[in-house]
Design a protein around this ligand. Structure first.
Ligand code: SAM
Length: 337
């Protein structure tokens, strides 16, 4: 199912304005980004690249040093980088643009997904679609109370297993020995065998340099190999429904925040009496995704329609459906005693 809209467009659009200039040294092409309008669940990556080649994925590529280097060294492989830090994505895209403008045909095998990695694997990658995945210096969350933020939980390892091809490998390198030990504890029943090695600096990334400058000379590698398949269902985008209401009283509209696995938090309500249109603005927080959503309650002939507002971007997830349902319920209440 196709995407109808998206949360981080504002970041993309703002950066586009900031960087598009006649001066090539400042020009940054958005071409490496997988465009939101292409983002289906699951994504057809063959349409993103010139050639259907083996697919490598880097999670948290930071400033893209390794992503770019590997893509240059292996033009016969396709690379998807996943990162959620916009400034780092922007820097990486500038590097990609620089190479592309110097060497025709260079780096046409790189694409970037600017979303959370868990969300990306759940929605965009089909089962058994990835040939190799690597993560260099994932956020270590060293404090005990933050451990639940760590990426390589058992649940994530199962998801990773299901998206890797049979026999494929994943590589994780961390600066924190206890993080490696913790990952090893998560591995049982995830369909992987693993090898570990203490390694010396070799990646020349920003974070590796940072630890080296602090005197660290050993890092902690885990190599996972998929030996059996674990099932983790691909998640699918939903069809966004709209509703009809016989009557609606904007003066009595009240929305109660909803908290749970999906939280829907009220931000604003406006009513335009001339257009006979109310707009409800909410934040929709799901496990790995927070989105802004505007919902219209709009008069049509002799009824009111509750529907997504036009001109916005979001991923049509189950949380979005729940938010529209809640707005519909709140609108219904305005004409009940
Ligand atoms: C410690 S930095 C390492 C960056 C880079 N690999 C390096 O070595 O310089 C971790 C990176 O992972 C990204 N990251 C962390 N969790 C992520 C997630 N769930 N999805 C996408 N990116 C993530 C962060 O934004 C950050 O850029």
């Amino acid at each position: 199912m196709a995407l109808c809209s998206n949360p981080v467009t504002a970041g993309r659009a703002a950066s586009l304005v900031m960087v598009v200039t006649n001066n090539m040294s400042k020009f940054c092409s958005l071409a490496p980004l997988v465009p939101y309008e292409h983002m289906t669940s699951p994504l057809d990556f063959s349409g993103e690249f010139d050639e259907p080649q083996p697919l490598e994925v880097e999670i948290g590529f930071g400033q893209g040093e390794v992503l770019v280097r590997k893509a240059l060294e292996h033009p016969q492989r396709n690379f998807i980088g996943i990162e959620r830090h916009w400034e780092r994505i922007f820097r990486t895209m500038k590097t990609v643009t620089r190479f592309q403008s110097r060497r025709s045909g260079a780096l046409r095998n790189v694409r970037i997904l600017d979303v959370d990695a868990v969300f990306a694997l759940e929605y965009f990658f089909a089962r058994e679609s990835i040939d190799h995945l690597y993560v260099l210096f994932p956020c270590p969350w060293p404090k005990k109370k933050h451990i639940h933020h760590r990426l390589f939980s058992t649940e994530f390892l199962k998801l990773l297993n299901s998206r890797l091809k049979a026999g494929a490998a994943a590589q994780i390198v961390t600066d924190l020995r206890p993080y490696r030990e913790w990952i090893l504890e998560q591995i049982s029943e995830t369909g992987f065998v693993c090898e570990t090695e203490d390694i010396h600096p070799r990646f020349e990334t920003k974070f590796e340099r940072k630890w080296r400058l602090k005197g660290q000379t050993t890092f902690f590698e885990i190599r996972l190999r998929k030996i059996s398949s674990v099932h983790a269902q691909e998640k699918e985008f939903i069809d966004v429904k709209s509703y009809r209401l016989g009557d609606f009283d904007p003066a009595r509209f009240a929305f109660e925040d909803h908290k749970g696995p999906v939280s829907v938090i009220f931000k604003d309500f406006m009513f335009d009496p001339q257009r006979q249109r109310a707009e409800v603005y909410v934040l929709v927080a799901e496990q790995h995704l927070t989105q802004h959503l505007r919902v219209w309650i709009i008069k049509k002939d002799n009824f009111w329609r509750v529907c997504k507002a036009e001109g916005q971007m979001f991923f049509p997830t189950p949380g979005i459906a729940q938010a529209i349902d809640l707005v519909y319920a709140a609108a219904t209440k305005t004409v009940q005693d």
